[in-house]
Design a protein around this ligand. Structure first.
Ligand code: DAT
Ligand code: MG
Length: 140
């Protein structure tokens, strides 16, 4: 079976808190390979593409504003079933109830903001991964 790829982001809260290394360590400790990596300040246009599925939801505008509030780290991780595997490492969306042992469960909590701030993004399907990798790594 051919190896799978996923797009992972360390969001502005993760970068501000100095958790880039921690997130990368958890990905590598699990045994996935990081095959592309960049730090960037995402602009609105890029974020609108990335979060197109959420357009119109109440948290959409706060989500875009949060994601452009500081630098992020984008990376591609590879390995068999890495999409599912990284989502398991990340934990569920709401950090308050995300399982201890996960990135969100261990490192994030409710901040009382309109959008949930939860350290990381991970693609949720092979189609999303291909689409998102093309957005953040044009030409790769
Ligand atoms: P995930 O990042 O777990 O795939 P998602 O794609 O449904 O979650 O949503 C994208 C981000 O938007 C999520 O990481 C945090 C925020 N978010 C999702 N649902 C929310 C809600 N009901 N209220 C506030 N923020 C939300
Ligand atoms: Mg999602």
């Amino acid at each position: 079976m051919s190896s799978e790829k996923t797009l992972i982001l360390v969001k502005p809260d993760g970068v501000r808190r100095g958790l880039v290394g921690e997130v990368i360590s958890r990905i590598e400790d699990k045994g996935y390979h990081i095959t592309a990596l960049r730090m960037l300040q995402a602009d609105r246009e890029l974020l609108q593409q990335h979060y197109a599925e959420h357009e119109g939801k109440v948290f959409y505008e706060p989500l875009i504003e949060f994601m452009e509030s500081g630098p992020i780290v984008a990376l591609v991780a590879e390995g068999n079933r890495v999409i599912e595997g990284f989502r398991a490492l990340a934990g569920t969306t709401d950090p308050t109830s995300a399982a201890p042992g996960t990135i969100r469960g261990d490192l994030a909590r409710d901040q009382g903001t309109k959008v949930v701030q939860n350290i990381v993004h991970g693609s949720d399907s092979p189609e999303s991964a291909a689409r998102e990798i093309a957005i953040f790594f044009k030409g790769n």
